[in-house]
Unconditional design. Structure first.
Length: 246
């Protein structure tokens, strides 16, 4: 597998933040990813959907350099960060220390305070992870990603384990954080509405290939009740193999 992590600033790297060329991944002889090609421009928010087990998380792990057994070419910015469904906080470290984990520089303390304020967790800076709610823990996980000022932010169903109300709040927070930090985003989700509300572009992965790839051409604010939203939702659901028989 060829991999190129470009350390240059975004404005010096050309128009694209992420490029995949003929990416393949097999497990026990079974092709989970079967020759994927993808180009994502800088600053674009891409939602990746697909049925369980279709390879969405596998692809994200390949992009994040957490799976090196794939074939093909991957070109990514050097500064990347991942937020998983499980916050993966170190239970023996306080919130502020979890956020600063692996970060270097004289201004680390100031950066920790900034991102904790961004995700509304300043009051919990000295708390232990075990004392946090699910939503609070995921806010800390997001802060830990943002402190790195990533050019590419990878999100693997980050709200999947949260209740409906907390999901709505976290989705709004993420939109604000993306507007501030302006990363390119690849967002894995099972939620079609979430994808259409949040993303600039929706891609569906099925049987190892991309079977749907379209921009979300919906006017802001995006309203679930609008005819355009419902039409787009139905098209994405059809690509996922879900057909309304009513």
């Amino acid at each position: 597998m060829t991999r190129d992590s470009d350390p240059r600033p975004a404005d010096e790297r050309g128009p694209n933040a992420l490029v995949l060329a003929d990416v393949r991944r097999r497990f026990d002889g079974r092709a989970v990813l079967d020759g994927l090609d993808l180009v994502v421009p800088h600053g674009q928010l891409v939602a990746l959907l697909g049925q369980s087990g279709c390879g969405k998380s596998t692809l994200l792990r390949i992009i994040a350099d957490l799976d090196r057994e794939a074939e093909g070419d991957v070109f990514v910015p050097e500064r990347r960060a991942v937020v998983f469904q499980d916050p993966r906080l170190m239970p023996w470290k306080r919130v502020s220390d979890n956020v600063s984990l692996g970060v270097r520089g004289d201004d680390v303390g100031a950066r920790v305070r900034e991102v904790l304020a961004d995700v509304q967790m300043t009051a919990h800076a000295r708390a232990w992870p075990a004392t946090l709610s699910g939503g609070e823990a995921q806010r800390v996980s997001l802060a830990r990603a943002l402190i790195r000022r990533p050019d590419l932010l990878l999100l693997d169903e980050p709200f999947g384990a949260l209740d409906a109300l907390t999901r709505i709040k976290m989705r709004a927070l993420l939109a604000v954080m993306c507007a501030k930090y302006r990363p390119t985003v690849l967002f894995v989700t099972h939620d079609v509405e979430e994808a259409l509300i949040f993303a600039d572009r929706v891609i569906v992965l099925d049987a190892g290939r991309f079977t749907f790839d379209e921009p979300v051409a919906l006017d802001a604010p995006r309203r679930r009740a609008s005819a355009e939203f419902q039409t787009m939702s139905e098209r994405v659901l059809a690509a996922l193999g879900v057909v309304d028989s009513s």
